[in-house]
Design a protein around this ligand. Structure first.
Ligand SMILES: C[S@@+](CC[C@H](N)C(=O)[O-])C[C@H]1O[C@@H](n2cnc3c(N)ncnc32)[C@H](O)[C@@H]1O
Length: 290
Protein backbone atom coordinates (compact mmCIF):
# COMPACT_ATOMS: atom_id res chain seq x y z
CA UNK A 1 0.00 0.00 0.00
CA UNK A 2 1.65 3.22 -1.18
CA UNK A 3 -0.24 6.49 -0.66
CA UNK A 4 2.75 8.83 -0.51
CA UNK A 5 1.57 11.04 -3.36
CA UNK A 6 -2.10 11.21 -2.42
CA UNK A 7 -1.35 11.82 1.28
CA UNK A 8 1.61 14.19 1.06
CA UNK A 9 1.87 15.74 -2.40
CA UNK A 10 -1.49 16.12 -4.21
CA UNK A 11 -4.80 14.67 -3.10
CA UNK A 12 -7.47 12.94 -5.13
CA UNK A 13 -9.73 16.02 -5.27
CA UNK A 14 -6.90 18.21 -6.47
CA UNK A 15 -5.91 15.95 -9.33
CA UNK A 16 -9.26 14.51 -10.38
CA UNK A 17 -11.28 17.73 -10.39
CA UNK A 18 -8.61 19.93 -12.01
CA UNK A 19 -7.91 17.39 -14.76
CA UNK A 20 -11.59 16.70 -15.33
CA UNK A 21 -11.94 20.39 -16.17
CA UNK A 22 -8.79 20.55 -18.33
CA UNK A 23 -9.83 17.45 -20.26
CA UNK A 24 -13.47 18.49 -20.60
CA UNK A 25 -14.99 17.75 -24.01
CA UNK A 26 -15.22 21.52 -24.62
CA UNK A 27 -11.45 21.47 -25.08
CA UNK A 28 -11.22 18.18 -26.98
CA UNK A 29 -10.25 19.80 -30.28
CA UNK A 30 -7.34 21.56 -28.58
CA UNK A 31 -5.77 18.17 -27.85
CA UNK A 32 -6.78 15.72 -30.59
CA UNK A 33 -5.02 17.38 -33.55
CA UNK A 34 -1.79 17.43 -31.53
CA UNK A 35 -2.20 13.82 -30.33
CA UNK A 36 -2.73 12.96 -34.02
CA UNK A 37 -3.54 9.29 -33.37
CA UNK A 38 -4.45 6.94 -36.22
CA UNK A 39 -8.23 6.75 -36.69
CA UNK A 40 -8.41 3.53 -38.66
CA UNK A 41 -7.28 0.98 -36.08
CA UNK A 42 -8.30 -0.09 -32.56
CA UNK A 43 -5.57 1.28 -30.31
CA UNK A 44 -4.03 -0.08 -27.13
CA UNK A 45 -3.18 2.99 -25.04
CA UNK A 46 -1.16 3.03 -21.81
CA UNK A 47 -1.38 6.07 -19.53
CA UNK A 48 1.71 6.34 -17.32
CA UNK A 49 1.20 7.94 -13.86
CA UNK A 50 -2.55 8.14 -14.40
CA UNK A 51 -3.36 9.45 -10.89
CA UNK A 52 -7.11 9.25 -10.13
CA UNK A 53 -7.92 8.72 -13.80
CA UNK A 54 -9.32 11.92 -15.34
CA UNK A 55 -7.20 11.82 -18.51
CA UNK A 56 -7.87 8.10 -19.02
CA UNK A 57 -11.59 8.90 -18.67
CA UNK A 58 -11.34 11.58 -21.38
CA UNK A 59 -9.34 9.23 -23.63
CA UNK A 60 -12.09 6.62 -23.28
CA UNK A 61 -14.66 9.21 -24.46
CA UNK A 62 -12.45 10.51 -27.26
CA UNK A 63 -11.28 7.09 -28.52
CA UNK A 64 -14.20 4.80 -27.63
CA UNK A 65 -12.76 1.85 -29.60
CA UNK A 66 -9.44 1.98 -27.78
CA UNK A 67 -8.35 -0.41 -25.04
CA UNK A 68 -6.99 1.84 -22.31
CA UNK A 69 -4.77 0.90 -19.37
CA UNK A 70 -3.73 3.34 -16.62
CA UNK A 71 -0.85 2.68 -14.26
CA UNK A 72 0.23 4.58 -11.14
CA UNK A 73 2.13 3.59 -8.02
CA UNK A 74 -0.29 5.33 -5.63
CA UNK A 75 -2.80 2.83 -4.24
CA UNK A 76 -5.46 5.44 -3.37
CA UNK A 77 -5.43 6.90 -6.88
CA UNK A 78 -5.83 3.47 -8.45
CA UNK A 79 -8.68 2.55 -6.09
CA UNK A 80 -10.45 5.84 -6.86
CA UNK A 81 -9.95 5.46 -10.61
CA UNK A 82 -11.32 1.92 -10.55
CA UNK A 83 -14.45 3.18 -8.78
CA UNK A 84 -15.04 6.24 -10.98
CA UNK A 85 -13.81 5.48 -14.48
CA UNK A 86 -15.58 2.53 -16.12
CA UNK A 87 -14.18 0.92 -19.23
CA UNK A 88 -10.51 1.49 -18.35
CA UNK A 89 -8.18 -1.03 -16.69
CA UNK A 90 -6.22 0.55 -13.82
CA UNK A 91 -3.13 -1.09 -12.33
CA UNK A 92 -0.88 -0.22 -9.42
CA UNK A 93 2.72 -0.28 -10.62
CA UNK A 94 5.98 1.51 -11.24
CA UNK A 95 6.62 3.42 -14.47
CA UNK A 96 10.30 2.52 -14.26
CA UNK A 97 9.49 -1.22 -14.29
CA UNK A 98 6.34 -1.55 -16.36
CA UNK A 99 4.65 -4.94 -15.91
CA UNK A 100 4.09 -5.44 -19.66
CA UNK A 101 5.86 -7.41 -22.35
CA UNK A 102 7.89 -5.65 -25.04
CA UNK A 103 5.77 -4.24 -27.88
CA UNK A 104 2.39 -4.31 -26.08
CA UNK A 105 0.97 -0.82 -26.80
CA UNK A 106 0.27 1.42 -29.80
CA UNK A 107 0.38 4.60 -27.67
CA UNK A 108 1.86 5.66 -24.34
CA UNK A 109 0.72 8.96 -22.83
CA UNK A 110 1.32 10.84 -19.60
CA UNK A 111 0.23 14.15 -18.08
CA UNK A 112 2.51 16.05 -15.67
CA UNK A 113 4.54 12.93 -14.88
CA UNK A 114 7.79 13.21 -16.85
CA UNK A 115 9.23 15.77 -14.42
CA UNK A 116 9.03 13.28 -11.56
CA UNK A 117 10.75 10.26 -13.13
CA UNK A 118 14.37 9.81 -14.17
CA UNK A 119 14.27 10.35 -17.97
CA UNK A 120 16.25 7.26 -19.03
CA UNK A 121 13.84 5.00 -17.15
CA UNK A 122 10.77 7.09 -18.09
CA UNK A 123 11.43 6.98 -21.84
CA UNK A 124 13.26 3.64 -21.88
CA UNK A 125 10.30 1.74 -20.47
CA UNK A 126 7.85 3.42 -22.86
CA UNK A 127 10.13 2.63 -25.79
CA UNK A 128 10.22 -1.00 -24.66
CA UNK A 129 6.46 -1.52 -24.26
CA UNK A 130 5.54 0.33 -27.47
CA UNK A 131 5.03 -1.61 -30.70
CA UNK A 132 7.21 -0.67 -33.69
CA UNK A 133 6.01 2.77 -34.94
CA UNK A 134 4.17 3.22 -31.61
CA UNK A 135 3.48 6.77 -30.44
CA UNK A 136 4.73 8.37 -27.22
CA UNK A 137 2.88 11.49 -26.01
CA UNK A 138 4.16 13.54 -23.08
CA UNK A 139 1.97 16.33 -21.71
CA UNK A 140 3.72 18.76 -19.41
CA UNK A 141 2.11 21.70 -17.61
CA UNK A 142 3.65 25.10 -18.31
CA UNK A 143 3.38 28.31 -16.33
CA UNK A 144 -0.13 29.77 -16.75
CA UNK A 145 -2.11 32.44 -14.92
CA UNK A 146 -3.99 32.08 -11.69
CA UNK A 147 -5.97 35.01 -10.32
CA UNK A 148 -7.99 34.12 -7.23
CA UNK A 149 -11.45 35.53 -6.58
CA UNK A 150 -11.16 38.47 -4.15
CA UNK A 151 -13.73 36.82 -1.87
CA UNK A 152 -11.26 33.93 -1.42
CA UNK A 153 -8.45 36.14 -0.07
CA UNK A 154 -6.69 34.55 2.91
CA UNK A 155 -7.26 36.01 6.36
CA UNK A 156 -4.44 36.35 8.92
CA UNK A 157 -5.13 32.93 10.45
CA UNK A 158 -4.88 31.21 7.07
CA UNK A 159 -1.74 33.10 6.10
CA UNK A 160 -0.04 32.05 9.36
CA UNK A 161 -1.14 28.44 8.83
CA UNK A 162 0.33 28.25 5.30
CA UNK A 163 3.51 30.02 6.42
CA UNK A 164 4.01 27.38 9.10
CA UNK A 165 3.38 24.60 6.57
CA UNK A 166 5.88 26.12 4.15
CA UNK A 167 8.52 26.34 6.88
CA UNK A 168 8.31 22.70 7.90
CA UNK A 169 7.05 20.71 4.91
CA UNK A 170 9.76 18.81 2.99
CA UNK A 171 7.41 16.49 1.07
CA UNK A 172 8.68 17.70 -2.31
CA UNK A 173 12.20 16.45 -1.52
CA UNK A 174 11.06 13.41 0.46
CA UNK A 175 8.88 12.11 -2.38
CA UNK A 176 11.17 13.25 -5.23
CA UNK A 177 8.62 15.64 -6.69
CA UNK A 178 9.77 17.55 -9.78
CA UNK A 179 13.37 16.31 -9.63
CA UNK A 180 13.67 16.30 -13.44
CA UNK A 181 12.12 19.54 -14.76
CA UNK A 182 12.66 20.37 -18.43
CA UNK A 183 11.92 23.56 -20.33
CA UNK A 184 10.09 23.81 -23.65
CA UNK A 185 13.25 23.19 -25.70
CA UNK A 186 14.65 20.44 -23.50
CA UNK A 187 11.47 18.33 -23.64
CA UNK A 188 11.59 17.42 -27.36
CA UNK A 189 15.37 17.04 -27.11
CA UNK A 190 14.97 14.54 -24.25
CA UNK A 191 12.46 12.50 -26.24
CA UNK A 192 14.84 12.43 -29.23
CA UNK A 193 17.82 11.59 -27.02
CA UNK A 194 15.97 8.50 -25.83
CA UNK A 195 15.46 7.16 -29.33
CA UNK A 196 12.12 8.58 -30.52
CA UNK A 197 11.82 10.13 -33.98
CA UNK A 198 9.39 12.35 -35.96
CA UNK A 199 9.04 14.56 -32.90
CA UNK A 200 6.41 17.30 -32.88
CA UNK A 201 5.30 19.79 -30.24
CA UNK A 202 2.06 21.64 -29.63
CA UNK A 203 0.37 23.69 -26.93
CA UNK A 204 -3.15 23.36 -25.54
CA UNK A 205 -4.47 26.38 -23.65
CA UNK A 206 -7.44 26.02 -21.33
CA UNK A 207 -9.06 29.04 -19.66
CA UNK A 208 -11.26 28.44 -16.66
CA UNK A 209 -13.22 31.55 -15.75
CA UNK A 210 -16.41 30.62 -13.91
CA UNK A 211 -18.09 34.01 -14.40
CA UNK A 212 -17.71 33.86 -18.18
CA UNK A 213 -21.18 33.05 -19.57
CA UNK A 214 -19.63 30.80 -22.21
CA UNK A 215 -19.44 28.20 -19.44
CA UNK A 216 -22.52 26.40 -18.18
CA UNK A 217 -23.58 26.78 -14.56
CA UNK A 218 -22.54 23.17 -13.94
CA UNK A 219 -19.05 23.76 -15.27
CA UNK A 220 -18.68 27.06 -13.41
CA UNK A 221 -19.62 25.34 -10.15
CA UNK A 222 -17.14 22.54 -10.93
CA UNK A 223 -14.42 25.18 -11.34
CA UNK A 224 -15.22 26.71 -7.95
CA UNK A 225 -15.48 23.31 -6.27
CA UNK A 226 -12.14 22.32 -7.77
CA UNK A 227 -10.55 25.24 -5.88
CA UNK A 228 -12.26 24.13 -2.68
CA UNK A 229 -11.04 20.53 -3.17
CA UNK A 230 -7.51 21.73 -3.78
CA UNK A 231 -7.44 23.84 -0.60
CA UNK A 232 -9.02 21.13 1.55
CA UNK A 233 -6.56 18.54 0.19
CA UNK A 234 -3.69 20.85 1.11
CA UNK A 235 -4.94 21.06 4.71
CA UNK A 236 -5.29 17.26 4.83
CA UNK A 237 -1.73 16.83 3.48
CA UNK A 238 -0.38 19.30 6.03
CA UNK A 239 -2.01 17.37 8.87
CA UNK A 240 -0.69 14.04 7.52
CA UNK A 241 2.82 15.34 6.80
CA UNK A 242 3.36 17.55 9.83
CA UNK A 243 1.57 16.01 12.84
CA UNK A 244 4.14 17.58 15.18
CA UNK A 245 3.43 21.09 13.85
CA UNK A 246 -0.24 21.05 12.81
CA UNK A 247 -2.90 20.05 15.32
CA UNK A 248 -6.24 18.48 14.44
CA UNK A 249 -7.97 21.61 15.86
CA UNK A 250 -5.99 23.89 13.53
CA UNK A 251 -6.83 21.69 10.55
CA UNK A 252 -10.51 21.68 11.51
CA UNK A 253 -10.54 25.46 11.87
CA UNK A 254 -8.91 25.83 8.45
CA UNK A 255 -11.43 23.42 6.93
CA UNK A 256 -14.34 25.45 8.32
CA UNK A 257 -12.86 28.74 7.05
CA UNK A 258 -12.21 27.31 3.58
CA UNK A 259 -15.72 25.90 3.34
CA UNK A 260 -17.23 29.22 4.45
CA UNK A 261 -15.24 31.15 1.80
CA UNK A 262 -16.15 28.77 -1.01
CA UNK A 263 -19.82 28.70 0.04
CA UNK A 264 -19.75 32.50 -0.26
CA UNK A 265 -18.05 32.28 -3.67
CA UNK A 266 -20.87 30.03 -4.84
CA UNK A 267 -23.52 32.40 -3.44
CA UNK A 268 -21.92 35.31 -5.32
CA UNK A 269 -21.81 33.28 -8.53
CA UNK A 270 -25.45 32.28 -8.19
CA UNK A 271 -26.41 35.91 -7.46
CA UNK A 272 -24.60 37.05 -10.63
CA UNK A 273 -22.01 39.10 -8.68
CA UNK A 274 -19.00 38.51 -10.89
CA UNK A 275 -15.51 38.08 -9.49
CA UNK A 276 -13.82 37.28 -12.84
CA UNK A 277 -11.19 35.09 -11.21
CA UNK A 278 -9.45 33.00 -13.83
CA UNK A 279 -7.16 30.03 -14.18
CA UNK A 280 -5.38 29.67 -17.50
CA UNK A 281 -3.37 26.50 -17.93
CA UNK A 282 -0.97 25.84 -20.79
CA UNK A 283 0.06 22.30 -21.63
CA UNK A 284 3.07 21.44 -23.76
CA UNK A 285 2.40 18.26 -25.74
CA UNK A 286 5.42 16.44 -27.16
CA UNK A 287 4.77 13.56 -29.54
CA UNK A 288 7.28 11.10 -30.94
CA UNK A 289 7.35 7.78 -32.80
CA UNK A 290 9.27 4.65 -31.83
C1 LIG B 1 1.44 15.32 -10.88
S1 LIG B 1 0.72 13.73 -10.64
C2 LIG B 1 -0.19 13.56 -12.15
C3 LIG B 1 -1.24 12.50 -12.08
C4 LIG B 1 -2.11 12.38 -13.35
N1 LIG B 1 -1.32 12.18 -14.52
C5 LIG B 1 -2.96 13.63 -13.48
O1 LIG B 1 -2.64 14.49 -14.32
O2 LIG B 1 -3.92 13.76 -12.72
C6 LIG B 1 2.09 12.65 -10.87
C7 LIG B 1 1.69 11.19 -10.78
O3 LIG B 1 2.81 10.37 -11.12
C8 LIG B 1 2.78 9.23 -10.28
N2 LIG B 1 4.14 8.67 -10.26
C9 LIG B 1 5.28 9.30 -9.92
N3 LIG B 1 6.32 8.47 -10.07
C10 LIG B 1 5.83 7.29 -10.52
C11 LIG B 1 6.40 6.05 -10.88
N4 LIG B 1 7.71 5.82 -10.80
N5 LIG B 1 5.57 5.07 -11.28
C12 LIG B 1 4.23 5.25 -11.37
N6 LIG B 1 3.65 6.41 -11.06
C13 LIG B 1 4.42 7.42 -10.64
C14 LIG B 1 2.31 9.78 -8.93
O4 LIG B 1 1.82 8.76 -8.09
C15 LIG B 1 1.24 10.75 -9.40
O5 LIG B 1 -0.02 10.14 -9.51
Amino acid sequence: MNTDWSDHVQGINTLYTSRKLRFNDLFKERYLPIFNLPKDQPLRILEIGCGPGALAQALKRWYPQAEIVGIDRDTAFIEYARGHVPGVCFLEGDATQLPFADGTFDVTISNTVSEHIEPKAFYGEQMRVLKPDGICIVISGRRGYHHMAPCLDENEYEQAFWKKVQQHDHSMETYHVCQYPLNEMEHPKAMAAHGFRNITTGYALVDLTPDDPKYSKEMALDMIESGRGNDLDAVHSALKSLPEHISREEAEKMTAMINEKYDRRISLYLAGEKQWNTYVSIALIVRGTK
